[in-house]
Design a binder for this molecule. Structure first.
Ligand code: PRX
Length: 647
């Protein structure tokens, strides 16, 4: 796992962009940084000008901190930019989406075919009474109907709320309720590691729990038997049969909402991050083009799930607005064998590959024999996202997957930023393993101390963003106060607080170290400690719970739970299993604690706050630092013994 901070900054290896790469790169002139910094509005408006607008914007930015509006007065439609825009060009018959299912079935949609599907489904949604502004919840696995649904929603101006297909019915229900969706799109079942996952049953449970759902549209994916509730449930293929292939796009204001995406915050309640049409599209269009150095003939593959922001921005909206060929797959990297991804790279001659550090560490552990089975020579650029990448994983990725010839773009960003914010430009930036390097042109970042003062180079503190950017979130759905309090109140209203700790070095390179708040990053998935704690205390035996993220060699972090039981209950392996299961059911299997430690007490400060730092040290087997500020210092040692004896 990530080395300590000091060791990270000792990292001395440097990688220059290879000459052959630079010779063909879209962006080669380092002066782009200066130009964009001097006139960042002009910089973003040039990208905006490459998209299709029904009406051009009057002004690029209106900034009333912390509220920004971008491309004011502009009218556009995201589906027009991702699909229609390419139909009058030679891209019409180019593959837009190459999809591969787990059993090996495949589907290729050209831009023309994608257009037809999106238009037909837009007509289906309209025929069900869905109008501009109505939220639609999508609970689908990685099948083509997922991006088709999203683009159809965009076409008619209905914001989508995609809920990761692996989330539990309870988690889905609370997201349906919060968004006020009346329509839910799901499927019968899908495949994961050879197993059939009964998605419809889970969707039914959620629809029942949440209320408010009037129609459930069901894609037939796996062919398993599913009960269809008359009057509520409708088959996708039956609806599509009679649907016309032309649907007029809604003229959306640049600031109209394109979608919402729930993410974990520091409280138990997930927040619906709101993204708008114009700024978001310009941001993901620009960053996809420059960071991934897209060329017309490239096959581009981001192996994330579309249920997360990475998939929204860099499988769907970014690549398709650029007219790229984007690959998507159903399943898992180790099924039917641990070379699934490399097999796909070879089969589709993938040129650009984007994945997460947790996956890379997993590949390292599985061994080089798996990538060695395949010809990976088509690759020319690699990307990393989601968590800090430790230098050893970076170097392995570069050597084994990239054959030593592919630049790596380590991209820092968040659900809230919508687009990549700190990243190398692969034709310009000399990279250092473990560093996301510099802010994208036009973006201003800094490392600040508690008082909002910049720390000197070599120092560490809080990462901050000093200027608005087009794809920034505009609000938290239904809770603007939380938007202001969470992101724009740490120092002042003009400085965005991402919740990450960072260092920067003498070259102005950023080293993002991870969350400094009660959010953890488990295998690239963002989870809130509070959310897991609330799930645990729902169990009748639990009086109190404290959850921390402990370092893990593959997953980065794993949740470890410290639990106080109610009197009359005793800790046992069976109860530990039950509690783990409880969390998996309430949130998702991703959130399942790695360990549950039963304890009579928790270390608390005199003001009654649980001292999580201490719990983390215990879980990671570290020396326990100063415990004298605790109200109950003896608990620390007891817990440490309980933890080790249990291990
Ligand atoms: O802690 C940072 C980490 O992931 C968080 C954002 O999580 P999420 O909103 O789920 O989005 C993940 C995909 C964009 C950040 O606050 N993070 C993301 N990318 C990096 C990273 N940490 C270090 N280096 C990165 N490249």
């Amino acid at each position: 796992m990530a080395k300590p901070i000091e060791a990270l900054l000792d990292e001395r290896r440097r990688y220059r962009p290879p000459e052959e790469f630079v010779a063909r790169a879209n962006v080669r002139d380092p002066d782009v940084y200066r130009q964009a910094d001097e006139d960042f509005e002009g910089f973003w408006s040039r990208f905006a000008g490459e998209l299709d607008w029904f009406r051009k914007w009057d002004r690029v930015l209106e900034w009333n901190p912390p509220d920004a509006r971008w491309f004011i007065g502009g009218k556009l439609n995201a589906s027009v930019n991702c699909v229609d825009r390419h139909l009058a060009t030679p891209r019409k018959n180019k593959a837009a989406i190459i999809w591969e299912g787990e059993p090996g079935d495949t589907r290729v949609l050209t831009y023309q075919e994608l257009s037809r599907e999106v238009n037909r489904f837009a007509n289906v949604l309209r025929s069900l009474g869905v109008k501009k502004g109505d939220r639609v919840t999508i609970y689908l696995p990685m099948i083509p109907e997922l991006p088709i649904s999203m683009l159809a929603c965009a076409r008619i101006g209905a914001p989508h709320s995609v809920v990761f297909g692996g989330f539990s019915p309870t988690a889905l229900a609370s997201r349906i309720e919060d968004s006020g969706s009346r329509i839910l799109i799901t499927c019968d079942g899908y495949y994961r590691r050879g197993e059939l996952i009964p998605q419809k049953a889970r969707a039914d449970e959620a629809a029942q729990k949440s209320g408010g759902i009037e129609k459930v549209i069901v894609v037939r994916r796996a062919g398993n038997d599913v009960p269809m509730q008359p009057g509520r449930d409708l088959w996708w293929h039956e609806l599509m049969e009679g649907a016309r292939g032309v649907a007029a796009p809604e003229e959306m204001d640049a600031e109209d909402m394109l979608f919402m995406m729930y993410t974990s915050g520091t409280t138990g309640k997930p927040k619906g991050v709101v993204h708008t049409t114009g700024g978001y599209l310009v941001g993901v269009y620009a960053t996809t083009k420059w960071v991934f150095d897209l060329h017309e003939e490239d096959t581009y593959w981001c192996s994330a799930d579309i249920g997360w922001i990475t998939g929204h921005s860099y499988i769907v909206y970014g690549p398709l607005s650029n007219g790229a060929t984007t690959v998507m797959y159903e399943g898992s990297p180790d099924w039917p064998d641990k070379d699934r991804l490399w097999q796909m790279v070879e089969r589709y001659r993938v040129n650009i590959f984007y994945t997460a550090p947790t996956a890379i560490r997993q590949f390292m552990q599985w061994g080089e024999q798996y990538p060695a089975r395949h010809d990976l020579s088509s690759l020319r650029l690699l990307g990393s996202v989601g968590e800090p990448i430790n230098p050893e994983a970076w170097v392995w990725y570069h050597r084994v997957i990239g054959g030593g010839r592919c630049p790596i773009v380590d991209t820092w960003w968040q659900t809230e930023t919508g687009m990549i914010m700190i990243t190398p430009l692969p034709g310009i930036t000399e990279t250092k393993p473990g560093s996301a390097t510099r802010p994208f042109p036009g973006v201003r970042a800094a490392v600040l101390d508690e008082n909002g003062q910049p720390v000197p180079p070599g120092g560490g503190g809080y990462l901050a963003l000093l200027r608005p950017w087009p794809a920034m979130l505009r609000t938290i759905w239904g809770d603007h106060d939380r938007y202001v309090a969470q992101y724009w109140s740490r120092w002042n209203r003009e400085t965005y607080y991402p919740g990450d700790g960072a260092k920067w070095d003498e070259d102005g390179y950023f080293w993002v170290l991870g969350r400094v708040d009660d959010v953890m990053n488990v295998a690239g998935h963002r989870l809130s400690t509070m959310e897991i704690e609330s799930a645990l205390v729902e169990h009748p035996a639990v009086a109190e719970a404290a959850v921390i993220g402990a370092l893990h060699p593959i997953k980065g972090q794993v949740p470890v739970a410290f639990v106080i039981l109610k009197s009359g209950h005793a800790g046992s392996p069976a109860l530990e299993q039950e509690l783990k299961q409880k969390v998996a059911e309430v949130i998702s299997p991703i959130a399942r604690p790695d360990r549950v430690v039963f304890t009579p007490d928790l270390p608390k400060t005199r003001s009654g706050k649980i001292m999580r730092r201490l719990l983390r040290d215990i879980a990671e087997g570290k020396e326990l630092g100063d415990v004298t500020t605790l109200r109950n210092p003896e608990v620390a040692e007891e817990l440490r013994m309980a933890f080790t004896s249990h291990a």
